[in-house]
Design a protein around this ligand. Structure first.
Ligand code: CP
Length: 306
């Protein structure tokens, strides 16, 4: 099967069949990363440009590794050292990069909708690597793959996503993804961080960590995005951690075989206790490994591959 799209902008746009195609493709590509020579010639001759206007460790590195494993050429623009600092607009930067004829452009930007803006203007495919507080589709896809591997299915699971939901593009993409694949999604955090719009999509909102975690199959913790907060959303970090932190005692409310996830970066001792983050139920590093496979799948499918 082929993905009949030019761009990957969000999970809101994808059908369950398209999500399954990406996950199945990623699952089949995982094996390449275990070979002594971790490279196939599938995308030889293709050029992938990455453009990160916000910091990134996992997403940027895994896109670059995924590109190299498929033998495409990858070019990373370091925005802080680019003409963006001289005042060049995003549209002009992208148009100039496109004049060099890349096949795909991967963009992370602080403005929600920036990848959509470029996708309408550019002939090359655009992949959203995180836009403002809107979506982070490849993160949600790697999360879905990790849960499907651990649980054998996505249907009928209780998924609890906890923390700074308001500023989280990861939460937004995961709400779309898990609901489309038949999971029940609970969002927990302080009332100031629970956007009511997500209830309209079918997610359950609660300020009670215990209610969200009770009977959960999957517990996904989120970082407080202090860099996006222009006002106070909670009284103190200590109180936040006491009320919404995941530790061995609060994890006991979830099912015995519940898995623990986090998109990273972790704020150890704030939203997650190191005993849980590094414990036997954590799949946090499996998420990172699956990030390479999912990004390989997305690059392949958007390039017209099967
Ligand atoms: N999960 C995630 O997007 O991590 P980075 O910000 O390090 O890419």
């Amino acid at each position: 099967m082929r993905l009949k799209r030019k761009d990957l902008l969000g999970l809101a746009d994808l059908t369950p069949e398209e999500i399954t195609l990406i996950l199945d493709t990623a699952a089949s590509l995982k094996e390449i990363s275990t070979r002594p020579i971790k490279k196939v010639p599938t995308l030889r001759g293709k050029t992938v440009v990455t453009l990160f206007y916000e910091p990134s460790t996992r997403t940027r590195m895994s896109f670059e590794i995924a590109t190299k494993r498929l033998s495409a050429d990858t070019v990373n623009l370091t925005v802080a050292a680019s003409s963006a600092v001289k005042g060049e607009t995003l549209a002009d930067t992208a148009a100039n990069l496109e004049a060099m004829n890349p096949d795909l452009l991967v963009i992370r930007h602080q403005a929600s909708g920036a990848p959509h803006f470029l996708a309408r203007r550019l002939a090359c495919g655009v992949i959203n690597a995180g836009d403002g507080t809107h979506e982070h589709p490849t993160q949600a896809l790697l999360d879905l793959l990790t849960v499907r591997e651990a649980k054998g299915t996505l249907s009928g699971l209780k998924v609890a996503i906890v923390g700074d939901i308001l500023h989280s593009r990861v939460a937004r993409s995961n709400v779309h993804g898990f609901l489309k694949m038949g999971s029940e999604v609970w969002l927990a955090g302080p009332a100031t961080m629970l956007p009511p719009g997500l209830a309209a999509l079918g997610a359950r909102l609660t300020t009670s960590l215990r209610e969200a975690l009770t009977g959960a199959d999957v517990v996904m913790m989120l970082r407080l995005q202090l860099e996006r907060m222009g006002q106070h959303f909670f009284s103190t970090l200590r109180e936040y951690s006491r009320t919404y932190g995941l530790n061995p005692d609060t994890l006991a409310w979830a099912k015995e075989d519940a898995i623990v996830m986090h998109p990273g970066p972790l704020n150890r001792g704030v939203e997650i206790d190191p005993a849980v983050a590094d414990g036997p139920r954590s799949v946090i590093l499996e998420q990172v490994a699956n990030g390479v496979a999912v990004r390989m799948a997305v690059l392949l499918l958007l390039s017209g591959g099967e």
